[in-house]
Design a protein around this ligand. Structure first.
Ligand code: FAD
Ligand code: PYC
Length: 416
């Protein structure tokens, strides 16, 4: 086991990190694997980890076209919560929450999971009704959530402006105390290290360019590093799932939008929790580095451009500053976007496709980071058995044909 003491840090700094142990190997791709996972984000890596750990399927490759976590895993604003409305979602997202609660210990890697509480603001009667309904639904499912008055919300988050003169005055809130944040890169690195140690091949700079289908079954992938045969293929390519599924001739019910966020200069701890407003499409927290982390709703138009834009930034900051005028003199450092693949009902698709041996895990839209451990856990089961885990069984592709939708538009918050 790697031990990092102050002495080893000093030794490595002086030696230019020449002896710094790599967290995972960089193997050459083999000619074939039992399972090939497309996409080295948190979900793909978690899937590989649980395949090896829980199901003892270790002849597995994760193929990543860039670097690990360079997609939405490294671009998201790290909010974790399980306060979705429907029973199916409570099952999925609270499964993830329970895994988050033990994840640092499971991986022996600090993912900095911080249950500082997620406050969702209500600005009108409709918001309050939704909040009340969600709180009751969550409690019926054993998921913690509380309805607060505006004053109680301010007691929890003292920076909140309760003035009646702003465009969207705060009239109440829902609080999930078990919600919070985690360190996104650490999640990818922790799962990658764990999967690598169990024998999984993690192959970066390896783009999947085609899916070979024979007799209605996927048999392998064409890549920028040659053909790789596969017993089963799991597509976990958030933001580009339609592109990859298209290679197997599958059309997915997804739209891909940029989702923007920005951070301020770092300051001392000044903000105690996560605050989201689904009505004004803005949210804020403070990272452990000290930056205010602020995000917007999805861009209005579909695009694959991973860039921020002034119009969204201005709109979002106007909204945030009405709620938190205390931050009006903070300087913003940088902004960015990630591409999120959004389903019509704002719930993910996890399971089989019409092509045999080709499975998908996609459509997490603006909210998949929180689900990373749960998603990987149930998708690993699906790939190992060829059938869904009971938790992901309702999240089928064919619900868009048979109408059994799981409409989480309100809970998805920034994906309206
Ligand atoms: P990714 O990390 O994107 O992994 C997919 C990988 O597939 C990428 O690394 C990509 O390079 C790779 N890939 C694509 N095509 C190919 C190919 N052809 N061959 C090989 N590899 C390929 N969710 C929350 O729960 N809470 C939040 O606070 C939150 N905030 C967000 C803020 C922003 C600005 C954004 C953009 C997203 C946010 N999300 C949030 C959503 C969340 O980031 C995603 O749902 C989640 O990270 C998806 O994880 P993933 O591992 O599936 O995707
Ligand atoms: O799903 O909680 C969420 C979220 C917050 C910001 C972006 N997504």
């Amino acid at each position: 086991m790697t031990r990092f003491s102050i002495f080893s840090l000093a030794r490595n700094a002086l030696s230019g990190h020449a002896n710094w142990p790599a967290y995972w190997r960089s193997p050459e791709p083999k000619r074939g694997y039992d399972v090939v996972i497309i996409g080295g984000g948190g979900h793909g890596l978690a899937t590989a980890y649980y395949l090896a750990k829980v199901h003892k399927v270790t002849n597995v490759a994760v193929l990543e076209r860039g670097w690990l976590g360079g997609g939405n895993t490294g671009r998201n604003t790290t909010i974790c919560r399980s306060n979705y409305l429907y029973d199916e979602s409570a099952g999925l997202y609270d499964h993830a929450m329970q895994l988050w609660e033990g994840l640092s210990a499971e991986l022996n890697y600090n993912v900095m999971f911080s249950q500082r509480g997620v406050l969702m603001l209500a600005h009108n009667t409709h918001d309050l009704q939704i909040a009340r309904r969600t709180v009751h639904a969550n409690r019926l499912n054993g998921v913690d959530n509380e309805l607060l008055t505006a004053e109680e919300a301010k007691a929890f988050c003292p920076q909140l402006n309760l003035s009646k003169d702003i465009r969207y005055p705060v009239i109440g809130a829902a609080l999930q105390r078990r919600g919070g944040t985690a360190r996104h890169d650490a999640v990818a690195w922790g799962y990658a290290r764990g999967a690598d140690r169990l024998g999984v091949d993690i192959i970066q700079n390896c783009e999947v360019t085609g899916i070979r289908v024979e007799g209605g079954r996927a048999v392998g992938v064409e890549t920028s590093r040659g053909y790789i045969a596969a017993g089963r293929i799991g597509c976990v390519a958030a933001g580009h799932s339609s592109v990859v599924a298209g290679m197997a001739g599958i059309e997915l019910p997804l739209e891909s939008f940029p989702l923007q966020a920005l951070v301020s200069e770092p300051v001392k701890p000044a903000f105690p929790c996560v605050v989201m407003s689904n009505t004004i499409h803005a949210y804020i927290s403070q990272s452990d580095k000290g930056e205010l982390v602020i995000g917007a709703g999805t861009d209005q138009y579909i695009s694959y451009a991973q860039r921020g834009g002034m119009q969204i930034i201005e709109h979002t900051l106007e909204a945030i500053l009405e709620l938190f005028p205390i931050f009006s003199r903070m300087r913003m450092l940088r902004s960015w976007a990630g591409i999120v693949d959004v389903t019509p009902d704002r719930s993910p698709i996890i399971g089989k496709t019409p092509v045999g041996n080709f499975f998908i895990n996609c459509g997490w839209g603006t909210g998949g980071f929180k689900a990373t451990p749960g998603s990987g856990h149930v998708f690993a089961h699906t790939l190992a058995h060829g059938e869904p885990h009971p938790i992901n069984a309702p999240f089928t592709l064919d619900r868009f044909v048979n109408g059994r939708l799981i409409d989480e538009a309100a809970a998805a918050a920034v994906a309206h």
